[in-house]
Design a protein around this ligand. Structure first.
Ligand SMILES: [Ca+2]
Ligand SMILES: [Ca+2]
Length: 279
């Protein structure tokens, strides 16, 4: 009997634990767990919010820095724009001035070209007239003058020319006239053999002799006065021509300079050499 009572009480206790007290204890545990999870979530959210606030603060600083940089760049851009605008204006002004200058130069060139062409035409016309006159004179000379087959007495022959070495002195201008009056001209020299011929003869006479060369028209530009031709050969002494006292414009063969060429005062008196063709 006692055993039956014990079994019955144990059974009732089990029922009480399972159906009366069991459910309320489980809910409390579950509630605690939920509270802990929520608290944990809240802590995580707090941490996240704190992190977000830090980022927001940092971004604000960066934004402020970018704004300042943006303002600086805008100012720089404006300064550059003003500077380039100013330079462009200056360049435009210069370009305009250069264009004006170019136009003036073009006009001047056109004018010069026209006047030069006109001058050349005039000179050609004059040359044609002179050529015509010279032909007439040559024809007359050919008819009137006998052909020389040998040089006159007192004249020396070299190749196809005759040369007269004067025994008296005259100025360069008078010497030219003397030669012309003797159907010849003041001698020029067109080859080294002719220069040697003249030099060898003047050495024998031991005098200074005029030649036809002069730079009277243009200082330093030596020509043969009769032909107007520039020298194709010369025999200047090493330190000549020196245009001493700015007054030496006529050509002599100078004895004391090894019978080489020297420029000298045209009014000085010297012997001279006349030249005329043999044929
Ligand atoms: Ca001179
Ligand atoms: Ca001289």
């Amino acid at each position: 009997m006692e055993f039956k009572v014990v079994v019955i009480l144990s059974f009732l206790l089990c029922i009480c634990n399972g159906y009366v007290f069991g459910p309320s204890t489980q809910s409390a545990v579950e509630a605690d767990r939920k509270e802990m999870r929520i608290q944990s979530d809240i802590n995580i959210l707090k941490d996240n919010m704190h992190e977000l606030l830090k980022r927001v603060s940092k971004n604000k600083n960066e934004i402020a820095s970018l704004k300042r940089e943006n303002q600086y760049l805008r100012k720089e851009l404006e300064n550059k724009r003003r500077k380039f605008s100013c330079e462009i204006n200056v360049l435009n002004e210069h370009s305009y001035e250069h264009q004006q200058l170019l136009n003036d130069t073009k006009t001047e060139i056109i004018h010069l070209r026209s006047s030069t062409i006109e001058e050349i035409r005039n000179r050609v016309d004059k040359l044609e007239i002179l050529e015509s006159q010279r032909s007439e004179v040559n024809n007359t000379e050919c008819i009137d003058k006998p052909v020389l087959t040998s040089c006159d007495d007192g004249w020396k022959r070299h190749t196809n020319n005759c040369y007269y070495f004067s025994t008296y002195s005259a100025s360069w201008t008078d010497a030219k006239r003397e030669c012309t009056q003797n159907d010849s001209r003041l001698a020029d020299a067109s080859s080294t053999s002719e220069i040697d011929f003249l030099k060898n003869n003047t050495a024998k006479y031991e005098k200074n002799f005029w030649l036809d060369g002069t730079d009277e028209s243009e200082e330093g530009v030596w020509v043969w006065s009769t032909s107007g031709q520039r020298f194709n050969v010369d025999d200047w002494y090493s330190s000549e021509p020196n245009n001493a006292d700015d007054n030496e414009h006529c050509l002599e063969i100078r004895r004391k300079l090894d019978n080489q060429w020297n420029d000298v005062d045209c009014s000085s008196l010297k012997s001279f050499i006349c030249k005329k063709p043999l044929m």
